[in-house]
Structures are given as structure tokens and as C-alpha cells.
Design a protein around this ligand. Structure first.
Ligand SMILES: C[S@@+](CC[C@H](N)C(=O)[O-])C[C@H]1O[C@@H](n2cnc3c(N)ncnc32)[C@H](O)[C@@H]1O
Length: 268
């Protein structure tokens, strides 16, 4: 089966603009996590354009940070942002282009923290990709290392709409560009396939420029919907113990928030 993802991660400037507000929610969580665990070597899977990684480099700790992503455009944007940082920060970071289901890095077996933030796990569509990622990550961790996965909790009303009313179009957001030269409106329509647990989003980005010009483009994005027991089983089936599950970025217990943030531990 072919899945849609490509074009969504090619317009990196719009991606960064769209998820600025997400940073206010999740960056403090990841900073606090790194302060609690005090790792020496951290790997972010599906690191994108460095939204989380670059922020972590400014939190306490002198850990080495590696980022892995499949999309060259996202990694190029990460690299451009990194070039604006001090030499001291730059030398702590290594970026890799690769697939999280099959990666094989030089420092395999020595990472004490591997992160998979902000729904990126939804891009693991097939069971083999999911198992491959978890097994591979287990092998890359040092003994007692942790794998932390962050994804939304499936919302039954949302999925029911996507299943039963796939033709509805939702206005998701209205965003001003930082220098005020355009306003971007984001619309989406959603379909849900309950057998494949696949959410298919079609997004329209519409930009209205101060000059009177406008631009519109379509993106398609497929996401695998992970139910809680399914995600927990992936950890257990690949050798991890589950150390904690949080329900949101404010460290609420699982079930009290809108997310599932699972901390898996390699116990030997
Ligand atoms: C929602 S973005 C998250 C990016 C970044 N972690 C953030 O929070 O802004 C998902 C990222 O996953 C990457 N991705 C998707 N499938 C992947 C795979 N199989 N291996 C590695 N990266 C992948 C995409 O290229 C994209 O950069």
C-alpha cells in the first residue's frame, strides 16, 4: 500500500510556522525530561527541522545530540538553523538521513535516551515498520536506557466524524506570518479507515498576501492511529519494560489528558 506523506514535509517554512504554537506546549516537557534523566547521549528519531532538538541544546546538560529523519528538506532546514548557533553547540550535534525502521548508527548500544516526539510514530504504517523501529531502538540503547514515545490519544468523536462525515471541511487555524506579509488559513478534511487504523488527512494551505496576491496548495498526510494497548504492546513485545505513561505535557497521569507519552526502559 502507498502512503501519503511526501509533500507535507517539503514546505519546511510553513511547517515551522504551523507548529510554533505546539512548541509552547511540548518544548518545556522535553526540557524537563532531559533535566530529570541527565543523559549523556540522546537521539531524536524523526527530528524534522530541529524544532525540539535545537531547544534541548539550550537546556542544562552537555549531552551529545543526534537527529535522524527521512526527509532531506527537513534536515537541510535543521542544518541551516544549526549554523546560526555557537561552535560549542554545533559540535554537540550530528544529523543523519535515514529511516527509523532500519537505522544503524555508529554509536549503537550507547544512547541513554531516544525520543520519538510529536506524533511522528504515526508514520510507521506497517507492523514490520513498527516492530523494526522498536527493535532497532532497543538495540541502539545502552543498558537501562529509555525510549520515550509521544502521540495523541485517539479521540472517538474525531474518528467517528472522519469515518461517517469524510466530506466535512474544517478550518483548523489562522496564522499570521512573523513579518506580517501574509495570513495563512489551514483547512482539512479527514477520512478514517477502521480496518487499517489509518487516518487520511487532506489539507489546504491558503496564503493571503498583503500585496493582494494569494497562494493555495494541497497536502495529503496519512497517519496510523495507535490505540493505547497497541502502543504498550509494541514496547513489551520488543523487550522494553514500561516505566511510566503520562497523559499530557504537564506530566498528568495517563488517562487525564489528550496524549499518551510512554517511557520504555531497557532493563539489561
Ligand atoms: C510531525 S513531524 C515531527 C518533526 C519534529 N520531531 C517536530 O516535533 O517538529 C514528523 C517527521 O517524521 C519524519 N519521518 C516520517 N517517517 C519517517 C521514518 N520512517 N523515518 C524517519 N523519519 C520519518 C518526517 O520527515 C517528519 O520530519
Amino acid at each position: 500500500m502507498a502512503y501519503d506523506m511526501g509533500e507535507y514535509y517539503e514546505r519546511v517554512e510553513d511547517y515551522d510556522l504551523e507548529y510554533q504554537s505546539q512548541s509552547e506546549l511540548d518544548q518545556p516537557f522535553w526540557r524537563e525530561l532531559v533535566m530529570r534523566y541527565t543523559p549523556q547521549r540522546v537521539l531524536e528519531l524523526a527530528c524534522g527541522s530541529g524544532r525540539i532538538g535545537l531547544d534541548l541544546l539550550h537546556s542544562p546538560g552537555a549531552f551529545q545530540l543526534e537527529g535522524l529523519d527521512v526527509a532531506p528538506a527537513m534536515l537541510a532546514a535543521y542544518q541551516r538553523k544549526l549554523a546560526l548557533e555557537s561552535a560549542e553547540i554545533q559540535q554537540r550535534v550530528t544529523l543523519h538521513q535515514g529511516d527509523m525502521a532500519t537505522y544503524n548508527l555508529e554509536h549503537k548500544g550507547t544512547y541513554d535516551l531516544i525520543l520519538l516526539p510529536f506524533n511522528s510514530i504515526t508514520h510507521l504504517y506497517e507492523l514490520e515498520q513498527q516492530l523494526g523501529t522498536f527493535r532497532n531502538t532497543f538495540d541502539h540503547l545502552a543498558p537501562n536506557g529509555r525510549f520515550v514515545v509521544d502521540i495523541f490519544l485517539p479521540d472517538i468523536d474525531y474518528l467517528s466524524d472522519a469515518l461517517n462525515r469524510p466530506s466535512h471541511v474544517y478550518l483548523e487555524d489562522e496564522i499570521e506570518s512573523p513579518d506580517g506579509d501574509f495570513t495563512m488559513l489551514l483547512y482539512s478534511s479527514r477520512k478514517y479507515d477502521p480496518f487499517e487504523q489509518l487516518q487520511h488527512l487532506v489539507g489546504t494551505h491558503e496564503k493571503f498576501f498583503e500585496t493582494g496576491d494569494n497562494e493555495r496548495y494541497l497536502t495529503k498526510l496519512d497517519m496510523h492511529v495507535f490505540f493505547p494497548r497497541e502502543l504498550q504492546l509494541l514496547f513489551l513485545a520488543t523487550g522494553f519494560a514500561i516505566e511510566a505513561i503520562y497523559g499530557d505535557y504537564d506530566w498528568k497521569p495517563f488517562g487525564k489528558g489528550t496524549r499518551q507519552i510512554v517511557v520504555g526502559r531497557k532493563q539489561h
